[in-house]
Design a protein around this ligand. Structure first.
Ligand SMILES: NC(=O)c1ccc[n+]([C@@H]2O[C@H](COP(=O)([O-])OP(=O)(O)OC[C@H]3O[C@@H](n4cnc5c(N)ncnc54)[C@H](OP(=O)(O)O)[C@@H]3O)[C@@H](O)[C@H]2O)c1
Length: 258
């Protein structure tokens, strides 16, 4: 296999679109998620359409040590990962003190721990080869606190910060890290987060255009890709100057399901 991209969360949404772009470029793939049927369907579609090699490695990344198991499987198959897409993630709606702590823990495991561990496992090889790219799917949620999804927003703040810190550490080693920061996107995320009916997703963009912007930014080695221009403007030029309590109230209102 060559120019291999390992994509977590490839069974739907942004991850599936990243896989299509990667295959369109003639690059091989390892697809990771829990739903085997969806991954197998995508494998057949991509191998048929683009003449690439696609490996399916089903894995529940909420399980402790899942990243180690995944890395082990990749080693056993003797595959070199040139592109790592840490994309799997999920949200969770509700007031923090009323939410099930187990669900918050699982979210942290998936959105933070698995992403950190996979980066730690695959990055040394990239640095040694002086070549490699990592695209971490964060969110515009990573730039602000998020009442009604407090843990989710905090996990994405971690991803934004972590990605930039490590990117600087390896900037002379031929390896780049990019944080993809989308606003609302029409995917299965809304349902998985228990947010169906939230006004937030009324103006949501497509997974395809989000993945395209993220992939382009990764190819160029950019640090951050905010895929929604109006949100980018608001985050850079409006919200930092507004009173913090007003901003928090606004975010809470935007997210609350009425
Ligand atoms: N949609 C949005 O509005 C939005 C906005 C900003 C950022 N994001 C971020 O974008 C990323 C992709 O989300 P999406 O919008 O494309 O949502 P999605 O359609 O729900 O995709 C989530 C992907 O993650 C996988 N996944 C979930 N739990 C997993 C687990 N325990 N182990 C392994 N894989 C798991 C899912 O596959 P299986 O269910 O098959 O495991 C699926 O492929 C996430 O990190 C999300 O936080 C989304």
């Amino acid at each position: 296999m060559k120019n291999v991209g390992l994509i977590t969360g490839a069974s739907s949404g942004i991850g599936m679109e990243l896989a299509k772009i990667h295959a369109l470029k003639g690059r091989d793939l390892i697809l990771v998620a829990r739903r085997v049927d969806e991954l197998m369907k995508l494998k057949i579609e991509l191998e048929t359409a683009y003449n690439v090699q696609v490996e399916v490695l089903p894995m529940d990344l909420m399980k402790e040590n899942a990243a180690d198991s995944l890395f082990q499987l990749v080693q056993e198959k003797n595959i070199q990962v040139d592109y790592l897409f840490n994309n799997a993630g999920l949200g969770g709606y509700g007031k923090f003190h009323e939410r099930d702590l187990k669900k918050e823990r699982e979210m942290i495991q998936l959105n933070i721990i698995a992403l950190t561990e996979l980066t730690h496992l695959f990055l040394p090889g990239m640095v040694q080869r002086k070549s490699g790219k990592i695209l971490n799917t964060a969110s515009t949620a990573g730039f602000l606190p998020g009442p009604m999804q407090s843990v989710y927003f905090a996990t994405k703040a971690f991803v934004v910060s972590f990605t930039q810190g490590v990117a600087q550490e390896v900037c002379n080693d031929g390896v780049t890290l990019t944080a993809l920061c989308p606003g609302p996107v029409k995917t299965e995320f809304e349902k998985a987060a228990g947010m169906e009916g939230s006004s937030l997703f009324k103006s949501a963009t497509t997974a395809e255009s989000t993945a395209r912007k993220g992939y382009r930014a990764m190819d160029k080695g950019k640090l951050i890709a905010i895929s929604d221009n109006s949100l980018k403007f608001a985050l850079n030029w409006v919200l930092p100057f507004a009173p913090r309590k007003l901003v928090l109230k606004m975010i809470q209102n935007m997210q609350t399901i009425k």
